[in-house]
Design a protein around this ligand. Structure first.
Ligand code: CTP
Length: 435
């Protein structure tokens, strides 16, 4: 199920991280939209790391993808926790001053709002009136729990426990509320447990089928990942440090968004998620043949693999023996630039994305080398990342600059490789108009 989690600026914002974790453990795909004020309590990096998606705040954070409409329209359930008094007033007035306000107006999904504030505020006539207005419009407003509040005071106003919030959400969607229990104990709700039709969500969605947000529904995405190995002899090769993590994250992200995904994996030992087709290759030549077979049907081709630029001219049939004290010279030849070939052969309806692993040097910075490469390669988009000194290769996070074919900035992203993958796909969809 696709859940939009709005977080507003209250001290209980930290509890929303536990709600998010429970939902993720049940297999749901959660996008977090924090308000600017809430970032004083829990930072954006937490939401991005836990959800695996960017966590934008402002309507203007990513205008081309029309995310304020997309997030609202694609959500199957919307949850706001904690909801401040100010947020209740904004929502009751139908104001769209930030991304969360916009998304709430754009959604037709069931909405659960979980207020948290001091007792006096909760009982103030203006708050009571706003809650009544929201309820009269079909919004479910959860009663706050009674207990200790931020200061020494206590009374109604506490944000209910994360398990109770998740149970209330499932109940709203027509499912049976799971027994509150330990974290991770909620996954027993399934289509079989719940014979009733659900409001605004399918039974499988409630069971957490990881349903996509769908802006790549029906799109064929081909991704190369990992690093090629060029044989020297039967036991040795020339390789590189690419782990395949970013390419595999792109595959996961594209599948989440509804694409049909094929990965050509060059020497990657990692597993791929269900529903993703995998073709394993070793050398640049094998990658070239696999691409020749697979590109025809692809709408989007992402060359995340680190392809060797040089390979031995001759591969020895038997293990090369050490002879005396002499060194060894291996003659190398250039491999074809596969990305350039893809760009030259691409159909107008195809989008080709290249990667550039760069280290700055005396002749230019990472961004300068990236812009020059974007113009040289001619790919629709070039994802530039700085590598070396623990950056990029093998790390679970990444920071990239996304350039268009003329070397102009088309986006940038940092965070988990999954979050970066989604930003790259955002750039693809806004460029290709597929969203
Ligand atoms: N690439 C390719 N075929 C090659 C070498 C690279 O298709 N023989 C692709 C990579 O998959 C990547 C992009 O080209 O998408 C850039 O790779 P990179 O190694 O950064 O660029 P190079 O062209 O090799 O340039 P240089 O090594 O000189 O920086």
């Amino acid at each position: 199920m696709r859940v939009l989690l709005g977080v507003t600026g209250g001290i209980a914002a930290y509890k929303a991280a536990l709600v998010l974790r429970l939902l993720k453990e049940d297999g749901h795909d959660v996008h977090v939209v924090p308000t600017a004020a809430s970032l004083n309590f829990v930072g954006r990096a937490t939401w991005e790391a836990l959800s695996g998606h960017p966590a934008p705040t402002e309507t203007f954070d990513n205008v081309p993808s029309v995310q304020h409409v997309r997030l609202g329209q694609r959500a199957e359930a919307v949850l706001v926790a904690p909801a401040t008094a100010d947020f209740l007033s904004q929502m009751a007035a139908g104001r769209a001053s930030d991304l969360l306000g916009n998304a709430l107006l754009a959604t037709e999904a069931p909405i659960l709002v979980c207020p948290a504030m001091h007792t006096e505020m909760w009982q103030d006539p203006s708050v009571v009136a706003n809650v009544a207005t929201l309820r009269s419009r079909g919004v479910t407003v959860l009663e706050p729990a009674v207990g200790r509040l931020t200061g020494p005071d206590s009374g109604p106003g506490r944000l209910p426990d994360p398990e109770d919030i998740v149970a209330a959400l499932y109940a709203l969607l027509g499912g049976e509320a799971p027994a509150s229990g330990a974290v991770g104990d909620l996954g027993h709700i399934s289509a079989q447990d719940d014979p009733k039709p659900l409001l605004g969500a399918s039974s499988s969605a409630l069971a957490g089928d990881g349903g996509s947000w769908g802006d790549l529904d029906g799109v064929q995405v081909l991704i190369t990942a990992g690093g090629t190995r060029e044989a020297i002899d039967p036991v040795r090769y020339i390789g590189n440090r690419s782990s395949g993590l970013q390419g595999f994250a792109l595959a996961e992200a594209a599948r989440e968004r509804g694409a049909t995904v094929t990965v050509i994996a060059a020497n990657v030992t990692l597993p791929l998620g269900e529903g993703i087709r995998r073709v394993d290759v070793e050398s640049a030549a094998e990658l070239e043949s696999a691409l020749a077979r697979e590109t025809e049907r692809a709408d989007v081709i992402v060359m995340a693999a680190a392809v060797a630029d040089y390979r031995p001219v001759k591969v020895s049939d038997s293990k090369i023996k050490k002879s005396g004290a002499d060194g060894l010279t291996i003659e190398l030849e250039q491999t074809p630039d596969l990305l350039k070939v893809l760009v030259a052969l691409k159909r107008p309806d195809q989008t080709v994305v290249g990667f550039a692993a760069e280290t700055g040097d005396a002749s230019g910075s990472v961004a300068e080398h990236g812009a020059a490469k974007a113009r040289r390669k001619g790919a629709d988009l070039l994802v530039v990342n700085e590598v070396g000194d623990g950056l990029g290769f093998g790390s679970s996070t990444n920071a990239v600059l996304i350039l268009d074919a003329s070397g102009e900035k088309a986006g940038e992203a940092s965070g988990s490789k999954l979050a970066v993958a989604h930003s790259i796909l955002d750039a693809v969809t806004s460029r290709a108009g597929t969203s």
